[in-house]
Design a protein around this ligand. Structure first.
Ligand code: SF4
Length: 745
């Protein structure tokens, strides 16, 4: 990408062009990298986004983060085709601002020519044809969800249509109207492939549009993606790529817009546009000049943003990828060396060598924590982040980030420096057969210690072989008995707890449950089997024999409890049984509509079993009126939230169950409110067994069931699913999968 670069003047963050582009119509961000983003359809009318909705904010956020140039049309609306005769070229004076015809399509060359300063602004960045230096132009478009589906359904792609998030056009295939002429590529296929891979690795499943598609190929000679080619630019000067991003899940809600900008920031900050296998023999003088100017410009900005922007730029330009930067492999070693030399000779405001290397490490850390979704990192201050770049081990770094974030602003940089020293001291390598370190560490050990380790490993292998013999014999016996039995006709349906634990691993010590939830299936079953008198489910009684029972190691995750809750009345017995389960080596899932007193006592009693406990708290709505109706005696929203935060702060694994979802319209707000107290997952599911519930329902209950049915439609669940697609924390219960469409999940 930067094998040839142009010399630029000192960059301004935002600058107006020299010609007549109206800043109220066209936003121009002048950057100093070799990327130009153009959003030709980001029109806003009466405060509302039109055409390719929200491509403007996405483009602007990316440009400001990575320091590249951007041109955004915020004014001209795509014309309504029906209002124009064929071949009519609208003139700008013909349709004054505010008139119904104040419309132009800035992706069409004939229309773009009508807008003063628009093409001039593009030329300002890429230079005239023949000028040395190279720019990659990315056209940021929005694919209309319906059209995108048509294009996806009609073409041949590796991914199923519903899983395609974006299309990439670079002039592939025939001219769309005449179906002749073949490819008119606007970028090298290798560049397109690197771009596609970078988008995919950051969470956007992008595909090159099928050669025969009617749309999204950037192939029309009248379209702006072909303009550079028409004007005589070579690939050595401009490569132009059209990106069509779907609306659902990427451009609709506020957090999706941020997510999409984040994907592009990460994708454009890594190796995608840099050719592979570059090895530099001699410093590139022009590159050094551009980098010098760029870093000086960045350095003048706010310190944290400046360092991160600078780091991303340095990684992309001199290392080529985050992987290279982490391993300290420079693809442009000589140029970087010369740049550092040049910066060191400047007196006054310019970054120095330490700043350069800290910035690279900061960008590497930021990239790692973003891509692993370790959100606590975003909560800590800049100075802490810089100091943490000196901690080589990711696990230790994460532990320290947690410490800082928990201290809520009362963790000084000096304290962190101290903790880094302390944790380094205790960072001894423990070598066991279960934890054999990397070769480099092994090579540092004494021969005697290694022989001892070898003996232990041999012993483990021998033990396992004996076990294997026994398991095989047992397996044969079990298999023989299974074959002698008739086949089960009914397949058990996975609902409720079955998504999480095997029913044979569930433990309960009580009949009845004081929460007395109206939708409780355990209650319905108990009444049907006449295990409790009708109407007495809330009168819980503890089953002594289940409390006193000996507890062994179960074959899977133990659900305790699964048909009652933990309340102050059964807490002593609960803790007694929980202790037995944990000491037997079990891992326990604690599902509860939690009470703070109980959760505090469990956390305290089980502080040495944090890795064996998973708290999953059920919260189906934020409004207490709704909770009180469906779960009459369970705690209020605020108490359940406090429990989640408490367990999370005590370093227990936490999870949220939003099944049954009692208020579909509060789902987004609730996820946002609780997200950062969840370490594992958030399960979403509808209310099940509604027809059964209706049988004995009074009018109040029937009315509330009707409200639930209106809310939890397949469409509503699918919209929710689309919003959180790709979020690793969000998981779907079988009830939700059945309604949405199981084959797409
Ligand atoms: S908390 Fe669970 S077991 Fe208790 S009544 Fe509600 S649904 Fe039933």
């Amino acid at each position: 990408m930067l094998d040839k670069v142009k010399v630029e003047e000192v960059p301004a963050v935002v600058a107006l062009p020299d010609d007549l582009a109206n800043p109220d119509h066209i936003t121009i961000i002048k950057g100093s990298t070799d990327i130009l983003l153009i959003a030709p359809h980001a029109c806003i009318r009466d405060g509302k986004p039109k055409d390719d909705e929200n491509t403007g904010p996405i483009t602007e956020a990316v440009a400001r983060q990575i320091g590249c140039s951007a041109i955004i049309n915020t004014h001209y609306h795509k014309p309504d085709k029906k209002k124009y005769r064929k071949g009519h070229k609208p003139k700008i004076d013909e349709y004054p601002y505010g008139s119904e015809y104040d419309n132009l399509n800035l992706n069409v060359i004939a229309h773009a020519e009508q807008v003063p300063g628009y093409l001039g602004a593009i030329r300002d960045v890429v230079g005239e044809p023949g000028r040395p230096g190279k720019t990659t132009v990315i056209w940021i478009h929005g694919a209309d969800d319906i059209k995108a589906k048509v294009v996806a359904d009609a073409g041949t792609y590796d991914s199923p249509p519903a899983e395609i998030d974006a299309f990439i056009g670079y002039g592939q295939g025939d001219e769309p109207k005449t179906k002749t002429g073949g490819d008119r590529h606007t970028a090298e296929p290798e560049t397109v492939e690197r771009f596609r891979k970078a988008l995919i690795s950051n969470g956007m499943n992008a595909v090159p549009t099928d050669d025969n598609a009617d749309n999204y190929r950037g192939r029309s000679e009248a379209g702006m993606n072909q303009w550079f080619r028409n004007e005589g630019y070579t690939f050595g000067q401009v490569e132009s790529i059209q990106l069509e991003i779907r609306k659902g899940g990427f451009r609709d809600l506020h957090h999706n817009i941020e997510k999409t900008a984040g994907i592009l920031i990460e994708a454009l900050s890594q190796e995608i546009l840099v050719p592979n296998n570059q090895k530099e023999i001699k410093a590139d003088e022009r590159l050094v000049e551009v980098a010098f100017t760029h870093l000086q410009g960045i350095f003048a900005k706010h310190i944290h943003e400046a360092m991160l922007h600078g780091g991303r730029y340095l990684v992309r330009t001199f290392y080529g990828s985050y992987k290279n930067a982490r391993e300290n492999n420079k693809i442009r070693k000589e140029s970087l060396h010369q740049l550092i030399q040049k910066l060191s000779e400047v007196s006054g405001k310019a970054p120095k060598k330490t700043w350069i290397y800290d910035a690279v490490k900061l960008a590497v850390d930021d990239h790692h924590f973003r891509s692993t979704k370790f959100r606590l990192y975003g909560k800590i201050g800049h100075s802490h982040k810089v100091l943490l770049t000196r901690v080589p081990e990711i696990t230790r770094k994460k532990r320290l980030v947690k410490e800082i974030a928990k201290a809520n602003g009362v963790y000084t940089v000096e304290k962190l420096r101290q903790r880094i020293k302390e944790t380094a001291k205790t960072n001894r390598v423990f070598i066991t057969p279960e934890n054999v370190p990397a070769d480099a560490t092994l090579e540092q050990q004494e021969r005697k210690k290694l022989e001892e380790l070898l003996g232990n490993l041999d012993q483990r292998i021998a033990n396992r072989q004996n076990e294997l013999v026994r398991y095989n014999a047992d397996r044969e016996r079990v298999d023989r008995i299974i074959k002698s039995k008739p086949k089960d006709k009914r397949k058990p349906r996975k609902v409720g707890f079955r998504d999480w634990t095997d029913p044979s691993c569930n433990v309960n010590i009580q009949t009845g449950c004081s929460n007395n939830c109206r939708y409780c299936y355990a209650k319905t079953q108990a009444y049907r089997r006449e295990q409790v008198a009708l109407g007495s489910w809330a009168d819980q009684f503890i089953r002594r024999h289940d409390v006193d029972k000996h507890r062994n190691l179960y074959h899977g995750l133990v659900g305790f409890p699964s048909t009652h809750d933990i309340t102050p009345k059964n807490l002593d017995e609960y803790l007694y049984v929980l202790g037995k389960l944990l000491r037997a080596g079990n891992e326990v899932l604690i599902v509860s509509k939690p009470r703070l007193k109980c959760i505090k006592e469990i956390c305290d009693a089980c502080r040495f079993f944090k890795d064996k406990i998973l708290f999953r708290f059920t919260i189906g709505a934020m409004e207490n009126d709704i909770l009180r109706f469906w779960e009459p005696n369970a705690p209020a929203y605020e108490e359940r939230k406090e429990c989640l935060e408490y367990a999370y702060d005590k370093d227990f694994r936490t999870s949220l169950s939003m099944e049954p979802l009692l208020a579909m319209n509060q789902a987004d707000q609730m996820i946002a409110d609780l997200y950062f107290s969840v370490s594992e997952d958030i399960w979403i599911g509808p209310m099940n067994h509604l027809n059964e519930m209706k049988k004995d329902a009074d009018t109040d209950l029937l009315a509330e069931i009707a409200t639930i049915e209106t809310g939890q439609t397949a469409e509503a669940l699918r919209t929710l699913y689309d919003s959180y697609k790709g979020d690793p924390l969000i998981k779907w219960k079988t009830g939700a999968r059945d309604l949405i469409k199981p084959d797409e999940m």
